[in-house]
Design a protein around this ligand. Structure first.
Ligand code: GMT
Length: 375
């Protein structure tokens, strides 16, 4: 099948999921065309089955806001016509589902009919999409998709609660490709980051407010007061400077390493002992799943779709949002001795395997068949 995938090309979870899905579909023989404003960060392997089409938005001084949706829908029309694309799969409703619908309608004028699958990722619903300024357009474009998917049961429920959705929402969880992970961890260079007696604790995100970055630093402070440890902070975003300042104020600056955005997340996770994800909300928590795949237990909040990934008392622990005391207490329970830590590591890896792409890819292929039938 020839599929156009529309996504954000950034380090954010939805872009990562869309990119990994496209690569996996191409490996199964499908022809994938990514349509977005920059080559997606994890897309390194362009080949005869993986194409990238850049959406250009010319700057025009009259416009305070440049019309990206217009450029995207025009690019989709051209791409569908030129390459004979059979399916649109848009990730993140805003504005991709809206632009996708416009492209479909323009194509219909020329006698070309193409179904659209919309995958909801979270912030397009829970943070941005529900805003009254966007809500009618988001509701409309979700309802006009042939098939709608969401990455967790929790996100499905939030979407149904917040919008007037007439479509069935299919839950297709996020995934990881087990075959990409280096199971023997031989090149894990832990000594670069910490002394032998120190535990390594990691947080990876885009450092937005929703991630509760100060909580990460506060939890770590409570851990390091009891046991030797280092905190590795991976990512860039608006809350980073505040976190650096907080680490200094708490007197733990020398124990906290800020690495910025990194393409070496796998290497960092392979020597990590514990992952912190105290977010205000997460529709799924792909970062937690990636950590678990690397045998890293997770201390998280019990919000959104996280309980569908992190199993309390098994792969880590969950606490109420903002309860840094409980999170630090639970972290220390896991880190107290190697035997306990190893049990949690084994459990985390075992649970993560349930989300291996081999189990999830057929669900998306069925969704595409379903979308054809509905068109
Ligand atoms: O919050 C992020 O890290 C980025 C955001 C995005 O839209 O790319 O992630 C959302 O989608 C991911 C992939 O489906 C989910 O794993 C994240 O939980 C979700 N983020 C939120 O709901 C806050």
């Amino acid at each position: 099948m020839k599929i156009a995938i529309v996504c954000y090309p950034t380090f954010g979870g939805s872009g990562v999921v869309a990119t990994e899905l496209g690569i996996a579909l191409a490996n199964r023989g499908h022809e994938i065309h990514f349509v977005t404003y920059r080559q997606p960060v994890r897309l390194e392997l362009l080949n005869e089955r993986i194409h990238f089409h850049e959406v250009n938005v010319p700057e025009y001084p009259l416009f305070k806001y440049q019309p990206y949706e217009l450029a995207l829908s025009s690019k989709l029309v051209d791409t569908v016509k030129f390459f004979g694309i059979e399916m649109l799969h848009v990730h993140y409703a805003i504005p991709h589902a809206y632009a996708g619908y416009m492209a479909k309608k323009m194509l219909e004028e020329e006698g070309i009919y193409i179904p659209m699958v919309t995958t909801l990722h979270g912030t397009d619903i829970t943070l941005v999409g529900k805003h009254p300024f966007y809500k009618p357009a988001v509701t409309f474009s979700i309802n006009k998709s042939e098939v709608v998917t969401s990455v967790s049961e929790n996100l499905k429920q939030s979407t149904l609660d917040l919008f007037h959705i007439k479509k069935e929402i299919n839950v297709v969880p996020n995934f990881i490709d087990k075959s990409n992970y280096n199971a023997d961890y031989t090149d894990c260079q832990r000594s670069l980051m910490a002394n032998d007696d120190e535990r390594i604790i990691t947080h990876i995100s885009n450092f937005r407010k929703v991630k509760r970055i100060p909580d990460v630093v506060q939890i770590f402070k409570k851990i390091v007061d009891v046991t030797a440890a280092k905190l590795i902070m991976v990512g860039e975003g608006p809350e980073k400077a505040k976190a650096e300042q907080l680490a200094e104020d708490l007197g733990i600056k020398d124990k906290v390493v800020f690495l910025g955005n990194s393409n070496e997340v796998d290497r960092i996770l392979c020597f990590t002992d514990l992952f912190l994800l105290p977010s205000e909300t997460e529709s799924f928590g792909l970062a937690a799943l990636e950590a678990m795949m690397h045998r890293v237990p997770v201390i998280s909040s019990n919000t959104g779709g996280i309980p569908e990934v992190n199993v309390d008392g098994v792969t880590g622990y969950m606490s109420n949002v903002g309860d840094v005391d409980s999170m630090a207490f639970n972290a220390l329970k896991i880190l107290k001795d190697d035997e306990t830590l190893n049990t949690f590591k084994d459990n985390a890896e075992k649970e993560a395997h349930k989300f291996d792409i081999v189990n999830i890819l057929p669900l998306y292929e069925n969704i595409y068949q379903e979308a054809f039938k509905k068109y």
